[in-house]
Design a protein around this ligand. Structure first.
Ligand code: PEP
Length: 256
């Protein structure tokens, strides 16, 4: 069985004291509910403090983004070896805010996926359609493109280490959530694609998170779906109690 993975994406929020308190509280929850993997992706400037709070606990930590290069003249960027050096396990790549606010292309994201593996980090690869794309019935075409390009050139072993986050852009930070059925449809489509790109065993191995206005009261129904293996949680991961409830509800959704 795929171990469910619930991960908070704090984006550009909180401060040092808030980050440490939130990490400590979330680490306690991770220790209590070990049937699911629990992670947080804080702002880069708080990674060290959060990693210190997570040390020796079940909480895993990731970066929110990274550059393709090992280092050099890239003002404001962070390199994979820097994330690894701090102790990160994961890195979010291709988040819709990176794609649509900062103009990151599929090609650039693909290079980042390869760089993540080169530097010993596991990518959380975000894919998902915009509202106008869903309305134009282009969801599958967009998701196919994001997955195909995101996995381009990956070995089967690497592919099995990728976590995919299906995040319909129209549901991110809007309070609108995909229904469990809408999300399940796309998750099943992604799994079928992985079977075509690799094989059925690999497709069954890859964890696919849902993201987009996940809240305490919708988590259980989402994770009860057979192809939803966790959640990438933005706003609702910033409150320790609420995120703890999301983690507990996620476990219940999976019957754990
Ligand atoms: C996200 O940014 O990955 C996200 C899913 O945000 P929110 O939960 O706030 O919609």
């Amino acid at each position: 069985m795929r171990k469910p993975f619930l991960c908070g994406n704090w984006k550009m929020n909180t401060n040092r004291a808030g980050a440490v308190a939130l990490a400590a509280a979330t680490a306690k929850t991770a220790g209590r509910i070990q049937a699911v993997e629990v992670g947080v992706c804080p702002p880069a400037c708080y990674l060290e403090a959060v990693l210190a709070a997570a040390k020796g606990t079940a909480l895993v930590v990731g970066g929110q983004n990274m550059h393709t290069d090992v280092g050099g003249a890239f003002t404001g960027e962070i390199a994979g070896p820097m994330l690894k050096d701090l102790g990160c396990t994961y890195v979010i790549l291709g988040h819709s805010e990176r794609r649509h606010v900062f103009g990151e292309t599929d090609e650039f994201i693909s290079k980042k996926v390869h760089a993540a593996f080169q530097f010993g980090l596991r990518p959380i690869l975000c894919v998902g359609e915009k509202l106008e794309e869903r309305q134009a019935r282009e969801t599958e075409a967009v998701v196919r493109r994001h997955v195909t390009r995101g996995f381009a050139g990956l070995s089967k072993e690497q592919a099995g280490q990728v976590v995919i986050a299906y995040e319909p852009v129209w549901a991110i930070g809007t309070g609108l959530t995909a229904t469990p059925q809408q999300a399940q449809e796309v998750h099943a489509f992604i799994r079928a694609m992985l079977a075509l790109l690799y094989d059925a065993a690999l497709a069954q191995q890859v964890r696919i998170q849902y993201g987009g206005s996940v809240k305490p009261d919708n988590t259980r129904d989402l994770l009860a779906q057979p192809d939803i293996d966790g959640a990438l949680v933005g706003g609702a991961s910033l409150k320790a109690d609420g995120f703890a409830t999301i983690i507990a509800e996620g476990a219940k959704g999976k019957g754990l």
